[in-house]
Design a protein around this ligand. Structure first.
Ligand SMILES: *Cc1c(COP(=O)(O)O)cnc(C)c1O
Length: 361
């Protein structure tokens, strides 16, 4: 048997997609499957979410790979591209690079693509100041893109919230107002809401929503978990106990001796470590579940192993399943807090060494 394993549930992904439709019934859905579908395995996820109206990835390479795997839905490249060759490849494969920079408009005005790009999106900088063209320059960009002959007439305006996880923050309203005013001026469809906005900011849903994290059954908010939004975790991360032994009072466990036994203790070793993407920041902080019971992770996380205090779980034995996250007993949101990070990071950094097992249930 291979371990560690990230078990990916198709039915959970589809349930979560239905939750997006529940929250935003009037909007089309652009499912965000960048970064290997947030570490869940993009090919299986694209198949599970084929009811989406479109997909979005970050980079050209991710979009090309999806096309080569036979994905036929529109694919938006959120980071866009910056060379004539890359625009040519996007046109050939009917991919949709987002336009977020005036030099991209200049470039498209100076070349002739094999066929016009379709399903075109312009990224507006409505206040995040990451990628995007300023609102006052959008209409010029639009007319230049149309005049270039390299884009058909399917245009939309996109923007991204900087603070959507802060419910009620006035900055979100300012960003929304910029987009509503552009929608009014141009008559174009607008795509603005990520997961947090889908869940908590209905006014922002508009024509298209663009969720990522919630599709994977994870809450984007610091103070809630998936269950509170009726989302189902799509990934269960498990491994096996590969050693169980007893130590004496005062003995130290692991590199640096960061943990020492205050009493005679039973220790387990599970096969997962930072070489699998299980964060080293979880050293001496996290918990795991064995036989339905919570057990503390002790000492430093190694490259391939973690140590667990089994003193209160004395039936645990070699070969037992160890849950790292992904069931109601232990959700990734909680583990992210132990690591001092966000769940986005924990799931996306899982390494290739973690086996992905896709199941229907
Ligand atoms: C990643 C990303 C999303 C998805 O955000 P979630 O918080 O995962 O829902 C949407 N839009 C852009 C531009 C992104 O980069």
């Amino acid at each position: 048997m291979t371990f560690p394993t990230a078990t990916i549930s198709i039915s959970a992904l589809q349930h979560n997609f239905a939750r997006v439709k529940h929250y935003a019934p009037k909007s089309k859905v652009m499912s965000v499957i960048k970064a290997d579908a947030y570490g869940h395995g993009v090919i299986a996820v694209a198949e599970a979410l084929k009811q989406s109206d479109a997909f979005a990835v970050a980079r050209l390479s991710e979009a090309v790979s999806l096309r080569h795997h036979g994905v036929t839905l529109p694919i938006v490249i959120l980071e866009g591209v910056n060379t004539a060759d890359d625009f040519q490849l996007a046109a050939e494969l009917e991919l949709s690079p987002v336009i977020h920079l005036s030099s991209q408009v200049d470039l498209l005005s100076s070349i002739t693509l094999v066929q016009p790009l379709r399903f075109n999106w312009i990224m507006v900088d409505s206040g995040m100041h990451r990628l995007g063209i300023r609102p006052e320059d959008i209409e010029t960009a639009l007319s230049r893109l149309t005049a270039s002959g390299n884009m058909n007439d399917e245009f939309g305006l996109m923007s991204h919230f900087a603070n959507s996880d802060l419910v009620g923050d006035i900055r979100n309203q300012h960003q929304l107002e910029h987009m509503q005013s552009l929608k009014h001026k141009t008559g174009l469809p607008v795509c603005l809401s990520n997961s947090a906005a889908v869940l908590a900011y209905p006014e922002s849903h508009l024509d298209w929503v663009r969720p990522g994290l919630m599709l994977y059954g994870i809450s984007p908010f610091a103070n809630t978990n998936a269950a509170e939004h009726e989302l189902q975790p799509a990934m269960q991360l498990t491994t096996q106990l590969i050693s169980v032994y007893d130590i004496n009072i005062g003995e130290q466990v692991g590199y640096g001796g960061d943990w020492s036994a205050k009493q005679a203790s039973r220790i387990g070793v599970a096969s997962i470590g930072y070489g699998d993407g299980y964060s080293r920041h979880l050293s001496n902080r996290s918990e795991v579940v064995i036989r339905g019971q919570r057990c503390p992770v002790i000492g430093r996380i190694s490259m391939d192993t973690i140590c667990i205090n089994l003193t209160d779980c004395s039936k645990a034995s070699v070969g037992d399943e160890v849950l790292l996250w992904g069931r109601s007993e232990l959700m990734v949101e909680e583990v992210a807090e132990y690591a001092g990070t966000i769940p986005y990071e924990l799931v996306t950094v899982l390494s290739k060494r973690v086996n992905r097992d896709v199941i229907d249930g």
